[in-house]
Design a protein around this ligand. Structure first.
Ligand code: ZN
Length: 144
């Protein structure tokens, strides 16, 4: 089988068709988001009964999840940054590869503070960072 998933470079908008790039996220940014959530929990937890209460303003003040982005190796604006988690394009060819990566990443405390869920959903229709081909699940099977 050829490939179902092709990363699209966020810098030059061309396909990463020759596996000369990766999907990456800043672990530092994801950890910053995680710490903001933890700080909110600590601020809004009642020390007497452990219950939490917070308002819409608290939620709106939280930072957005860290964004996974794709880049060619030569386009990557932060290619030397060792704080980034990188998945090489040649390890991300099929939807099943994304399942494997999801299983692998599920143990990372920072994963829920990234937009990985959005990336998974993009395998239905494609996006600006991920082109998809091959059979697609029927729309009526979508969870939302
Ligand atoms: Zn590029």
């Amino acid at each position: 089988m050829d490939r179902e998933l092709t990363l699209i470079c966020s810098t030059c908008a061309e396909a990463i068709a020759l596996d000369d790039g990766c999907l990456w996220v800043s672990r530092r940014q994801a950890d910053t988001v995680r710490q903001a959530y933890r700080a909110l929990e600590q601020r809004r937890t009642d020390p007497l009964d452990g219950s939490m209460s917070f308002g819409l303003a608290d939620l709106l003040a939280l930072p957005e999840p860290a964004v996974w982005r794709a880049d060619h190796r030569d386009c990557d604006p932060e290619r030397e940054d060792g704080g980034h988690y990188r998945i090489p394009a040649d390890r991300l060819r099929l939807r099943a590869d994304l399942l494997d990566w999801t299983a692998h990443l599920a143990g990372k405390v920072w994963l829920p503070h990234t937009d990985w869920r959005d990336l998974l959903r993009e395998t239905r229709t494609g996006s600006t960072r991920l082109a998809v081909s091959g059979p697609r699940p029927p729309a009526h099977l979508a969870a939302f």
